[in-house]
Design a protein around this ligand. Structure first.
Ligand SMILES: Nc1ncnc2c1ncn2[C@@H]1O[C@H](COP(=O)(O)OP(=O)(O)OP(=O)(O)O)[C@@H](O)[C@H]1O
Ligand SMILES: [Mg+2]
Length: 257
């Protein structure tokens, strides 16, 4: 499968802190890649590099066959990379339609409420979302419904890649199942999906490939259908380092002497 999005040698330093070092990642259309790793492994930094919040200190990003720079969230949006951040960034007091179209309202002279409401229903139906009415404030929706609204909003720009940061972290069992179904639907629509998660069960349920970050470095990319839990945990905790990390740490220890 050819990649819609490829990272090569991505590093990101914050002063003396190396949040990411030489990270490579490929995501194909119609594929879910989970990015896992311990606290501080660099997952959120990776998301921010891809969504134009941080620019990388080194490395290249190729999107739809061309090398790109993602200088701002607006540029990410224009390219077709959508991100649903962990805090969702929804407005509690606004209803579903208002949240979906916030900042990019449809107008025909005045606000075109009918068109926005119709488009909202279409989108939610495509996602088989269980939302009873689009005219209730987001404050009265469940966690899973909110996640759905946030994902629906990110789909309005017709992205090719969608990044979900901990989409099930705050959810109960049933809502988690709903969101995992939704992620499968995104894959079926041909999107490349990057899912950050701490929950191995959720990762196993939907991911095609699992990329492990450890201390800001690649620590292996695994086929989700084949990798054992032991291998995965070992990669996350560093009980086993892969060839790349071993070589890198050898280089570092040589540099120390
Ligand atoms: N803006 C920043 N300035 C300085 N250091 C930062 C900044 N953002 C992240 N870091 C550091 O980079 C490293 C990776 O952080 P990051 O937030 O990407 O980890 P994470 O994998 O998302 O962790 P968690 O699972 O806890 O969310 C950490 O050591 C963190 O302290
Ligand atoms: Mg994080």
């Amino acid at each position: 499968m050819s990649a819609i999005l490829s990272l090569r040698g991505i590093s990101k330093n914050f002063g003396a802190v190396a949040a990411l070092t030489d990270v490579s990642l490929d995501v194909a259309a119609g594929q879910v890649v989970a990015v896992v790793g311990d606290n501080g492994a660099g997952k959120s930094t990776l998301v921010k590099v891809l969504s134009g919040v941080h620019s990388p200190s080194a490395g290249t990003i190729t999107f739809a066959g061309a090398e790109v720079t993602i200088g701002s969230p607006a540029e990410a949006h224009t390219l077709g990379i959508a991100t649903v951040f962990q805090d969702l960034a929804l407005c509690e007091n606004l209803d579903v339609v208002e949240n979906l179209f916030l900042g990019r309202e449809l107008r025909r002279g005045r606000l075109d409420e009918v068109a926005m409401e119709t488009r909202s229903w279409e989108l939610l139906r495509e996602l088989s979302a269980k939302i009873p009415t689009v005219r209730i404030p987001v404050a009265s929706l469940s966690g899973g419904q909110r996640q759905t609204v946030a994902i629906a909003r990110s789909l309005l720009g017709d992205p090719k890649v969608i990044i979900l940061d901990e989409p099930t972290a705050a959810l109960g069992v049933e809502q988690t199942a709903e969101v995992l179904n939704l992620i499968e639907r995104l894959r079926d629509r041909g999107l490349g999906v990057i899912m950050i998660s701490h929950n191995m069960e959720d990762v196993r349920a939907v991911a095609d490939r699992i990329a492990v970050l450890r201390l800001g470095r690649d620590n292996g990319v695994f086929d989700a259908a084949e990798v054992s839990n032991e291998t995965l945990i070992a990669a996350i905790t560093g009980a086993t380092d892969n060839v790349v990390t071993r070589r890198a740490s050898r280089r570092e220890s040589k540099a120390d002497v």
